[in-house]
Ligand binder design. Sequence first.
Ligand SMILES: CCCCCCCC/C=C\CCCCCCCC(=O)SCCNC(=O)CCNC(=O)[C@H](O)C(C)(C)COP(=O)(O)OP(=O)(O)OC[C@H]1O[C@@H](n2cnc3c(N)ncnc32)[C@H](O)[C@@H]1OP(=O)(O)O
Length: 173
Amino acid sequence: MKTSFVLPTGIEPLTRHPNATRPGQKIDLHHSMCYGCGADAEVGLRIAVTAGEGLTATATMQVENWMQGGPGVIHGGVLSGAFDEVMGTVPLLLRRPVVTGHLAIDYAKPIPLGSTVHFGCEIIGGIGRKIYTRSYAHLGDPDAPVAGAHALFIVIDLEQHFADYRDKAVHPS
Ligand SMILES: CCCCCCCC/C=C\CCCCCCCC(=O)SCCNC(=O)CCNC(=O)[C@H](O)C(C)(C)COP(=O)(O)OP(=O)(O)OC[C@H]1O[C@@H](n2cnc3c(N)ncnc32)[C@H](O)[C@@H]1OP(=O)(O)O
């Protein structure tokens, strides 16, 4: 798939944390009000990410009518959010909390409403606090991707990063 995302030189391999979610199990360490994965979010993508071998994962998302952009197809921003969620979850296999620094999406085919989008994702490696990932999406045939993505995530200190915002957090009612 065509992309203009350029990986820097000097990326080093990273190692799965010994206590990481085991292959085949859902990576489930986030909160229930998250737009990307939360079951209690008022509006959300409700993406479930499953750990794979090594630093890989898979995920699925149902394309619902509210996600419409062009007539009958998913909005590009929704798909972008889905890639952000999937790729942002995989660094949990390193047991390192991250936020997105840079996200690049390659849209190859329209994705119809009513589809199930399947995602594959892997961590490419890292440089210091920077973690590079890639992902692709298909509608059932992994050899026929409909979109791809790359992202740079930055490792954060979770408490410090959200310290000024926690009083605005919403909780399940
Ligand atoms: C949604 C909630 C997420 C919660 C996470 C909880 C833990 C995980 C749990 C469960 C996972 C769930 C899955 C979530 C998935 C969704 C993730 C999102 O959507 S996150 C929201 C969007 N992203 C932001 O809001 C970041 C806003 N930006 C910032 O806060 C800062 O800019 C930050 C932390 C990214 C970097 O700031 P600095 O001051 O700590 O560090 P500096 O020095 O600026 O950057 C570090 C290195 O990264 C490079 N860098 C930073 N941004 C870059 C960019 N856009 N392009 C290229 N390089 C960049 C810099 O050049 C620097 O590189 P050199 O070390 O000098 O080599």
